[in-house]
Structures are given as C-alpha cells and as structure tokens.
Design a protein around this ligand. Sequence first.
Ligand SMILES: Cc1cc2nc3c(=O)[nH]c(=O)nc-3n(C[C@H](O)[C@H](O)[C@H](O)COP(=O)(O)OP(=O)(O)OC[C@H]3O[C@@H](n4cnc5c(N)ncnc54)[C@H](O)[C@@H]3O)c2cc1C
Length: 378
Amino acid sequence: MPTKILVLGDGAAGTIISNKLRYLIRKENAEITVIGNSKYHYFKPDGIHIPLGMKDYQTSVKKPDYLFNYGIDYIKDTVTKIDVENRKVDVSSGREYTYDYLIIATGDRLVTDEFQNFDSEAHHFYSLEASLELGKELSKFNGGKIVVGPSSIPYQCPPAPYEFTFQLDRYLRRRGIRDKTELHYTFPLNRVFTMENVSERVQDLFDEKDIEYHTMFNLESIDADSKKLVSLEGDELDYDLLILVPPHKGQQVITDSGLADEQGYIDVDRHKLSYGNYDNVFVIGDATNLPISKAGATAHFESEYLAGKIASEVSGFVSEEFYDGSVACTTVTGDERAFTLYFSYERPPRAMYQSKLDFLLKWTSADTYFSAMLRGVM
Ligand SMILES: Cc1cc2nc3c(=O)[nH]c(=O)nc-3n(C[C@H](O)[C@H](O)[C@H](O)COP(=O)(O)OP(=O)(O)OC[C@H]3O[C@@H](n4cnc5c(N)ncnc54)[C@H](O)[C@@H]3O)c2cc1C
C-alpha cells in the first residue's frame, strides 16, 4: 500500500513541499494529496511594487491548478476540521480524508476588524485587492502626510513595511511631490526593525531619505474623525493617507480543531517541525508560531528538510536531518538597491552591503518563484 501524504494549504509552503516530495518519492510508494481553497496563487512580495505602478499584477498571479507537478492530487476544497487523534481531515464538501503523514500549511489571515475604522481609514499592500486599491489612492495623492507601519506583530515578511516605504519615497520623488509630502514610519518595538543590526542600517537609510520614524508605537485605535492614530503608549500621530499592515492571525480551522495558541498559530518543535507528540503531523510556513520570519523563504528551507525526512522514512531509512531555522531574505532599500539577509536560529543576520544585483534578484523573484522554487527544483 502506498503511504498517504496529505498536505493542507495550496499557498507557498503547501505547493513547495508537495512538489519536492513528488520529486523524491516514486508514485507507487506514496500518494500525495493537497487540499487548498485559494482562487489564485499570488506572489505576495510583489505587493511592494504593484501599488506604485512598478509591476503589472498579472505577472504575479497564476492558477494553482497548474503549479503542482505531475502525480499530485490537487483537491479544491476548504478544510473544516483536523482530527490528529484519529488521523482524519474533514472538508466543506462533506468528504473525509485519512493520512499516514499530515503536513499543515494553511498560512495565516488578515484580521482588519481587530481595529475599529481600519477598513474605512487604512490602506495596505498585503493582498492583491488591497494593493490595487492602494495604487488608485496613491495616484490621487498630491502631497500631505503619509503614515506607514505594521499595526501589530507578528506579520508576514518583517522587512516588507520598510521596503515599501523606501519604494514609496522614490515614487513620490519621481512624481515630483516628495517635497510636499511628510513620510512617517511607525514600529511597535524600541527600534525600527526586529533585528538590532539590521535596524541600525534601516534607521540610517530613513535618516538619509528624510523619513521620520516613531518607535514603541503600538497601535491602540484609529480616530477617523480627526484622522489620528493613537498608540498604547499614549502617542498620537495624524495622517492624510494611512498605510497599515493589518493584524494577522492563524486560520480559524486551526483554532476550531484545538491545535492553536491564542493567536491561532501552531506550536511546533523548532527543529523537527512536528506537532505535539505526533511524529506524523508537521506544520510549515506561516501557520507555525516559531520565532522566525513568516516568509516564503522560510517555507522553502523548512520544505527542504521535511521533504527529505519524509522521503527517507517512506523508503525505510531513518533521517538524522533537522531544520536549523534558516531563512534568506532579499530586502529592497530604494534607488534600485537591496541587501540579502541570511540567518538561522544560531546565526544572526548581517545587513551591510547594498547592491544593484540584489535588487535584480528581488525584481525577478516572481519568475524564479513560479518556475523553480514552487516547483521544488531549488
Ligand atoms: C507584502 C508582502 C511581501 C512579502 N515579501 C516576501 C519576501 O520578499 N520574501 C519572502 O520570503 N516572503 C515574503 N512574504 C511572505 C510570504 O508571501 C509568506 O510568508 C508565504 O506566502 C507563506 O506561505 P504559506 O504557504 O505558509 O501561506 P500562504 O502562502 O498564505 O498559503 C496558505 C494557503 O492555505 C490555504 N488555506 C487556508 N486555510 C485553508 C482551509 N481551511 N482549507 C483549505 N485551504 C486553506 C490558503 O488559500 C492559501 O492558499 C511577503 C508577504 C507579503 C504580504
């Protein structure tokens, strides 16, 4: 009997791991089934370019059906219950799926209703629809005060808000309205980024580009009448245009299945990526509560380890591999430059050298993503 491998989620993590597994395990030895409910597969990193008219969104989306390698069963459905005790998963169409191995890769969700007035006041670039809306709003903007920042932690791709701010600075300069615009950045910690040495570098760039920053700014409320943000620390910041990363939470099904922490994320072993005492249940991508970046690159490195481990076990070997927290992240610093951060649980990142080449890497990353990374060949 072939081993049944069930993957939940058809985003970055679910697609990468299933394609990698298909490369490593012969079809007669394992059935690989993916259940996912996305309408399209959107390359989210392009969200920092699309609202600024730098990229046509159509190059950033693909139909998920075409992204799975031959020999993978892709089921379009919504998972409603995960029962790890009895090794089964329910979906909204009423079917039930059993498994030998379960990989949960359901990502997270944006919960804009956590703050009153968020939907009416704030714009963002964390979904395709919101990025296109923000693009329309920016094209009408002719000067004033723009505030950008994350509304809470954790959120996907920690550098994305400052990357967007650097790109926005350039966009405003190109339109000739930078001198009529005040650009402000807020961050909930006592520096402008989570990692100290990267934060110092980003702060220098903010100073260079005349971007004002407000640290220890944890959003408490949005006052729509006076167009003002109020922080938990008691500070106030007014705005003409507000661009806030929405609050994030794990998926509802994770909470409904009793697998979640308070924020809806799953607690996993940091090296094995396994859940609780179950040696056949794994979680990858944004769905975990690991203290590392919620990033496609994280999903890529996690999949590298996990696909190897499961393929070894299916072939009767014992795998000694583990995940070391590796992440790589190319982050834009404006003016067609970027730097790449490599780090892991034990190795902090260094962010000293900006280059045009790194920017090119980021600029073309949708192509690399769809043609190679998602396909499991890198
Ligand atoms: C603006 C922005 C910029 C970014 N930049 C970068 C970057 O430069 N580099 C980088 O590495 N990362 C970046 N990221 C982060 C990266 O996109 C995410 O970390 C990555 O997509 C996470 O993959 P995932 O598979 O865990 O989640 P997702 O890609 O969100 O996939 C989750 C999937 O699960 C499906 N799903 C959810 N619930 C259910 C259910 N109940 N039933 C069935 N299916 C379900 C969803 O439809 C979705 O397809 C960025 C993100 C944003 C928003």
